[in-house]
Design a binder for this molecule. Structure first.
Ligand code: GAL
Length: 371
């Protein structure tokens, strides 16, 4: 299986944590279709940790928690597929998942087959309780091969939180996406910390294997498992724009059955999603190397370019760059539109500086033109 765009979907962890259950998954699948998310490109519905019993069953398999998932995983998978969506599940490379449930260490081939038998299309594979003597790289390689051996197309999502310089070897294991940071929390400090930690690793994300900066917190507003006070609308916009620009997978972590209009529209914003899903898969270039007020420039497959200005600092202030710092002389410029609102900006040459409120951003997209 080769992936040419970062995956888009929803994952249960950020909001529901250990409360994940069949009803949540069915309601989410319904909302995905009825509220426009599927049309916008979201397709995977992923169950994270806490779906099984505490011990493997007598047959040696991971036993589904029947109270939480009374119909079982195959029926749930069929339901998700009947909506034209894809089904994702979670296990872990260690002896237990992070929540203390059975994991796949030394059960890789049988567990992979069980997931394939259920019709799973996506496996998130965590890193807790990894025995010290076991090499993470080989454990990811092993599960990747076990998934391929099933003959089913299963997107393999590695989640070792950026440990062991993962970006330098993960591509060689066959993984399609890899978590590059610790867990996200629903406040702007977390968004900023994760974003800044990846600025010097931008080039380790490309077609075939993308850097996963963790599930989105848009729309949580301080409610749910990873809530830590919540964000403002502008902060959620900055978060989403950054994840789109960095071509992170777009896995919604908020409750889409209960999302306000602002965040539903944001998560379905065509301009930002087009940047994220660009098939050329080129990482952005960081123009000014100011980690608090970064400016990024990106080539798009359709011949357009993106210029994105972020103010991650706590003060309103000027963000921008001279175009000669991208290699553009004064006789050329860009015919920009605002990529988020679609508003026409017109031709801009020589430089672009704007006063941007704290925690806000601007994203422009357009053709390179002679002025
Ligand atoms: C963490 C992982 C989270 C979530 C959690 C479940 O290790 O980073 O995204 O999956 O485990 O226990």
């Amino acid at each position: 299986m080769i992936i040419k765009k970062p995956p888009m979907g929803w994952n249960s962890w950020n909001t529901f944590g250990g409360e994940v259950c069949e009803k949540v998954i069915r309601d989410t699948a319904d909302a995905m279709v009825e509220l426009g998310y599927k049309n916008a490109g979201y397709e995977y519905v992923v169950i994270d940790d806490w779906w099984s019993e505490r011990k493997r069953g007598a047959d040696g398999k991971i036993a589904v928690n029947k109270e939480k998932f009374p119909s079982g995983m195959k029926a749930l998978s069929d339901y998700i597929h009947s909506k034209g969506l894809k089904f994702g599940m979670y296990s872990c490379a260690g002896t237990m998942t992070c929540g203390g449930f059975p994991a796949s260490f030394e059960h890789e081939y049988e567990d992979a087959q069980m997931f394939a038998d259920w019709g799973v299309d996506y496996l998130k594979y965590d890193f807790c309780y990894k025995p010290m003597h076991a090499v993470g790289k080989l454990l990811y390689n092993k599960m990747s091969m076990a998934l391929k051996a099933t003959g089913r197309d299963i997107l393999f999502s590695a989640c070792n939180w950026g440990a062991d310089d993962v970006e330098t070897w993960i591509r060689s294991t066959g993984a399609h996406v890899y978590r590059s940071t610790g867990d996200i929390f629903d406040h702007f400090e977390s968004v900023k910390f994760i974003a800044q930690s990846q600025f010097d690793k931008i080039n380790y994300s490309a077609t075939g294997c993308y850097n996963d900066m963790d599930m989105l917190i848009c729309g949580m507003y301080g409610k749910g498992l990873v809530a830590k006070g919540g964000c403002t609308d502008a902060e959620y916009k900055t978060h989403f724009a950054m994840w789109c620009l960095m071509q992170s997978p777009l896995m919604i972590g908020g409750d889409i059955t209960n999302m306000n209009d602002y965040c539903r529209n944001l998560l379905q914003n065509k301009g930002l999603i087009a940047i994220n899903q660009d098939e050329d898969g080129r990482p952005p270039m960081m123009v000014n190397w100011n980690k608090d007020r970064p400016v990024f420039f990106k080539h798009m497959a359709n011949g357009e370019y993106v210029l994105a200005l972020f103010n991650l600092s706590d003060e309103d202030g000027m963000v921008g760059c001279e175009f000669f710092d991208i290699g553009v002389s004064a006789d050329h410029g860009f015919d920009f539109v605002d990529a988020i609102s679609g508003e026409k900006i017109g031709v801009v040459s020589e430089n672009l500086y704007e006063t941007i409120p704290a925690h806000d951003c601007r994203v422009y997209r357009g053709k390179f033109v002679r002025v």
